[in-house]
Design a protein around this ligand. Structure first.
Ligand code: SAM
Length: 277
């Protein structure tokens, strides 16, 4: 007879725990609902739910400081966790609220007692926002920032397709507070790290943070955003690990064909940090 697992972190059995421990995974995003297509770069709710179910128990509190269309909050509802999100662009915040309302309808009584709240605001003032909204102690953060100003790069295949549509955004916004509009890489890194640092007093000791990010190609060179962020934020939280998210359903573009090495980058880093002091 197998002994039941004494599990302080989550509600998973040993088999599911082990499955999550692999350092890479393939997750092809399911087709997006029409209402969230406007947003240029969201992560799948299905992916967020797997992380939330690993890093929390049912009933705990999840935060996404740059919530976009609210994928993390929808995933938290499905997983039976409370959630809070902050988003700068009021249109995305509204889409997130509508997605949450639709998900509540689907889930019925199972989600009736769960909080899922989206706050429209600038995450640069996160500490103030969290204090004003009386957000309870946070058990887990899952989030993904703008990948520097990559959406403004000419030539990205997905962006070419978006430019031809009136209903799809190419950039998050023209707001100067939008981190996706900071042209200077070092400034971007500093401001991003400051936002994540502001969350620290509100996190439970032992809470994990998952930050989904990519290295950025610009002007023929790589800016190692994932690695720089890991190093910089590693002075505030403990950098625990990386998990590499691969997509294998992406149409490949012939960048540099016959001329130079330019990869099709179809992986993201899910960086794991922990508040340990
Ligand atoms: C990669 S997207 C997040 C997508 C989200 N995970 C989802 O699945 O929909 C980054 C988001 O950060 C938001 N953002 C940029 N600067 C911000 C700021 N200063 N405060 C809050 N949100 C910001 C953008 O509007 C964008 O929606």
């Amino acid at each position: 007879m197998t002994r039941p697992l004494r599990n302080k972190l989550n509600d998973l059995d040993a088999k599911s725990w082990l499955k999550f421990q692999k350092s890479w995974f393939i997750h092809n995003p399911p087709p997006r609902r029409k209402d969230v297509l406007r947003h240029p770069a969201k992560f799948p709710e299905t992916l967020a739910q797997e992380f939330i179910e690993f890093f929390t128990h049912a009933g705990q509190v999840v935060l996404d400081p740059m919530a976009g269309t609210g994928s993390a909050l929808v995933a938290a509802l499905r997983a039976g966790r409370h959630s809070f999100g902050v988003e700068l662009n009021p249109q995305y915040a509204e889409i997130a609220r509508q997605s949450i309302a639709a998900e509540r309808q689907n889930l019925g009584a199972a989600a009736a007692d769960l909080v899922a709240e989206v706050i429209t605001g600038d995450a640069a003032r996160l500490a103030e926002i969290i204090a004003a909204a009386v957000i309870p102690q946070v058990d887990y953060v899952i989030t993904s920032p703008p990948y520097w100003d990559m959406l403004r790069a000419r030539g990205a295949q997905t962006q070419k397709e978006r430019r031809q549509s009136d209903e799809l955004d190419v950039f998050y916004s023209d707001d100067p507070n939008d981190l996706g509009n900071i042209a200077d890489y070092e400034q971007f890194l500093l401001r991003l790290t400051d936002i994540y640092a502001q969350m620290k007093p509100f996190l439970r000791v032992g809470a994990y943070l998952t930050i989904i990010v990519k290295n950025v190609k610009k002007g023929g060179k790589i800016y190692p955003l994932a690695w720089d962020l890991a190093r910089q934020l590693g002075s505030i939280y403990t950098l625990k690990d990386e998990k590499i998210w691969c997509q294998d359903n992406v149409r490949l573009a012939p960048y540099g064909l016959g001329n130079a090495w330019v990869s099709n980058t179809v992986h993201h880093y899910c960086l794991q940090f922990r508040k340990e002091d």
